[in-house]
Design a protein around this ligand. Structure first.
Ligand SMILES: *Cc1c(COP(=O)(O)O)cnc(C)c1O
Length: 239
């Protein structure tokens, strides 16, 4: 094993143990939680090593980096998640490789994704990203829609050709009433998820929790955690 592969294997083992412990503490089965490794800023060679080590879900947040990486890894049995703020002019590219777009937060983006998915002849899974610190009717600074826009956006995704409504995503807010209260934030997301599932029973995904707060997300009921630094190491640059 190369040094890098051994390092990734050791980090994955630690993360796996954290997820398993959190599931046990929450009285949840381990297979209720899926690990998504966020590979942003790291090279395609790391993605390849991760796939070799059994990782099946990866995430990226910038199309410029993600598109060539996904192309270089097209032979691997991976599900690609897009988790970054998405400009409509990048949608056509993203629809070419992403299986799930987790950052759907406005009506114009839904329309663009639907058009691009149809052109590409693909079905795109979509999560509505919720900004728990956004004001009513607005988008958050790090992307995401205010909770009161959820119903409208969800209905639009569900009705859009080429798109599949899979559920919800959030990033624990740094400001506002949930700042520093990750578990409360994730519990709020779970309430929104219950409400969503009343109208859209198949939209069961709840993507929450990162390297620093995955335990709180698992405790709250998240189905997917997105872990970057705890697996790959501290990122060389902001991303
Ligand atoms: C970078 C990123 C993550 C992973 O963050 P870490 O703290 O490195 O685990 C998760 N979700 C989103 C949306 C991200 O941009």
């Amino acid at each position: 094993m190369t040094d890098r592969k051994a390092e990734l294997a050791a980090n994955l083992a630690v993360v796996e143990e954290r997820i398993a412990s959190a599931c046990a503490a929450a009285g949840r089965a381990r297979d209720e939680v899926t690990l998504i490794v966020v590979t942003k800023t790291y090279p395609a060679s790391d993605v390849r090593l991760l796939a070799d080590l059994g990782v099946r879900h990866v995430a990226e947040n910038r199309d410029q980096d993600a598109a060539p990486k996904a192309a270089a890894c097209a032979d691997l049995p991976l599900t690609w998640h897009f988790v970054g703020q998405l400009q409509t002019n990048k949608v056509r590219s993203v629809a070419g490789y992403a299986h799930v777009v987790q950052s759907v937060d406005r009506s114009r983006l839904v329309t663009a994704l639907s058009g691009a998915a149809q052109k590409a002849g693909r079905e795109l899974g979509c999560l509505v990203q919720i900004a728990l610190d956004a004001e009513s009717g607005e988008r958050g600074e790090r992307g995401g829609a205010a909770p009161d826009l959820l119903g409208e956006l969800a209905d639009q995704v569900a009705a859009a050709p080429g798109l599949r409504l899979d559920g919800l995503m959030t990033v624990a807010p740094l400001a506002g009433p949930y700042a520093g209260r990750e578990q409360a934030a994730f519990e709020r997301l779970m309430e929104l998820s219950s409400r969503l599932r009343a109208d859209h029973p198949a939209a069961t995904m709840v993507s929450a929790g990162m390297s620093s707060d995955l335990e709180q997300a698992v405790m709250a009921g998240a189905t997917h955690v997105r872990v970057g630094t705890a697996v790959l190491g501290a990122r060389p640059r902001l991303g």
